[in-house]
Unconditional design. Structure first.
Length: 134
């Protein structure tokens, strides 16, 4: 069973506030075999509750979808990539770092490793991706 944690979301500010609203979200999917990150569209009811529809959300038009995706880009989080995030975490782990995607933590496993460890420019960029995207 999957559990979804919303990390960022946006909706059309011109939609009526007391009506159903379509949202675009960046989420952490907590799955039985590990976490994954990605985007989804979902509706909120008039009361603000999420309307899960078996993984489906009716998108009224390509224009509506593009408007929400463009808003996410304008807000600074619309160009994230769940596969790139996972690859960054794996590279850091292969270099001896401890990575916790759920909190965005990257560090060394102990004091000795911290004293001996050296971050390369690639590792610094991977750490930034994990910290900002998770």
């Amino acid at each position: 069973m999957a559990r979804v944690h919303i990390r960022k979301e946006t909706t059309n500010p011109n939609d009526p506030p007391n009506d159903w609203r379509l949202w675009f979200q960046w989420c952490r999917y907590e799955l039985d075999d590990g976490d994954q990150y990605g985007y989804r569209f979902i509706w909120r009811t008039k009361e603000g509750a999420l309307q899960a529809a078996r993984g489906q959300a009716r998108i009224p038009s390509i224009k509506a979808a593009k408007e929400l995706m463009d808003r996410a880009i304008d807000e600074g989080w619309g160009e994230r990539d769940g596969d790139a995030l996972e690859a960054a975490a794996q590279r850091l782990e292969q270099r001896g770092c401890v990575v916790t995607l759920a909190s965005g933590y990257v560090g060394w496993p102990d004091k000795d490793a911290a004293l001996k460890g050296r971050l390369t420019p690639e590792m610094i960029e991977d750490e930034r991706i994990v910290r900002e995207w998770s």
